[in-house]
Ligand binder design. Sequence first.
Ligand SMILES: Nc1nc2c(ncn2[C@@H]2O[C@H](COP(=O)(O)OP(=O)(O)OP(=O)(O)O)[C@@H](O)[C@H]2O)c(=O)[nH]1
Length: 200
Amino acid sequence: MTTFVLASASPARLATLRKAGIDPQVVVSGVDEDQLDGLPPIELALQLAQLKCAAVVARDDLPEGAVVLGCDSVLELDGQALGKPDDAADAINRWQAMRGRSGVLHTGHALTDTVTGKTVSKTASTIVHFADVTDAEIAAYVATGEPLYVAGAFTVDGLGGAFVTGIEGCHHNVVGVSLPLVRNLLAEIGHGWTGFWKQG
Ligand SMILES: Nc1nc2c(ncn2[C@@H]2O[C@H](COP(=O)(O)OP(=O)(O)OP(=O)(O)O)[C@@H](O)[C@H]2O)c(=O)[nH]1
């Protein structure tokens, strides 16, 4: 039986996979995400996902047969890759810049089979339209603390949901893991998505 390993500390990624029937073993990669600053957003998300996946694959405490998934999400706005805000002031500035506009949430995905060594990776992108929120709404949202823990300083499925007027593309990709993309990547390395149901 092949074990599905999620190389991520993201509670949202774990919850998304569990709701979709996969209960992964979580092994956090510990990769330093600042090492690739300056890359174009799509490339940054992909390379960080690859680094996270590789760091976990290299460990000697994984189950015998495993597929390891690494992910990284960034929001692209004005050509810049925005991860988690540095602090509350940064989160406020981000929202003042993005309200009433659109950005692209890119999530890099890297998947490796530890037995065959086969590895595939791809970035999925979702356009996100933001409401023209008021300064008071921004202050209230940042005061909840939520924006500080997520790429792009917003969630589509949490308190930020009222401030996202629409998306074009995969919803789960915005949350942190594109389920249809993972299904395709698994097929590329010889695994079926439904084969991982009822694990754990
Ligand atoms: N619930 C939710 N989380 C979001 C959303 N957008 C981004 N995130 C989270 O923001 C975080 C992006 O940071 P990453 O560096 O990709 O991942 P991380 O949480 O630091 O965890 P690692 O994979 O271990 O690095 C992830 O946890 C995403 O799930 C959203 O719309 N909803």
